[in-house]
Design a protein around this ligand. Structure first.
Ligand code: 5GP
Length: 121
């Protein structure tokens, strides 16, 4: 899938749409989800144009990949989420339920999140 340069996270990165910023460095931006599914719901995105986890894993530089996962760790530590626990989710493609085609990880915390997936239908 080709990267859509006008997807909503690309527009946030360009400064065309505001966000509630949580963290930023040279390679990474993190901000609060606009429709939080838990008391803490943070989205972590690379600044580079990658559609999905696959795209990021295959094309991002080692520096970008290291910065991304280091940022997740820094945010979890900064927010004190390790004590009670948290969940990370990266949706990809249609079956994964990905709505925004710019790679991102959700960090969810602040309540018991229940089973990882609903019971199979
Ligand atoms: P996905 O389903 O692609 O993994 O998740 C996309 C997430 O982006 C959703 O949780 C949705 O609430 C969030 N989102 C969509 N548009 C915006 C926006 O304009 N700002 C912010 N902060 N989050 C958004």
């Amino acid at each position: 899938m080709a990267y859509d340069t006008n997807n909503i996270f690309a527009r946030i990165l360009k400064g065309e749409i505001p966000c509630s910023k949580v963290y930023e460095d040279a390679h990474v931006l993190a901000f609060n989800d606009i429709h939080p599914q838990a008391p803490t719901h943070i989205l972590v995105i690379p600044k580079g144009a990658y559609v999905s986890m696959t795209d990021f894993a295959q094309k991002a530089t080692a520096a970008e990949q290291a910065a991304f996962f280091a940022a997740v760790g820094k945010i979890v530590a900064e927010k004190g989420l390790d004590a009670d626990g948290y969940r990370t989710i990266a949706n990809a493609g249609a079956n994964g339920g990905q709505e925004v085609p710019h790679f991102h990880i959700h960090i969810l915390a602040g309540k018991r999140l229940g089973r990882m997936l609903p019971e199979a239908a």
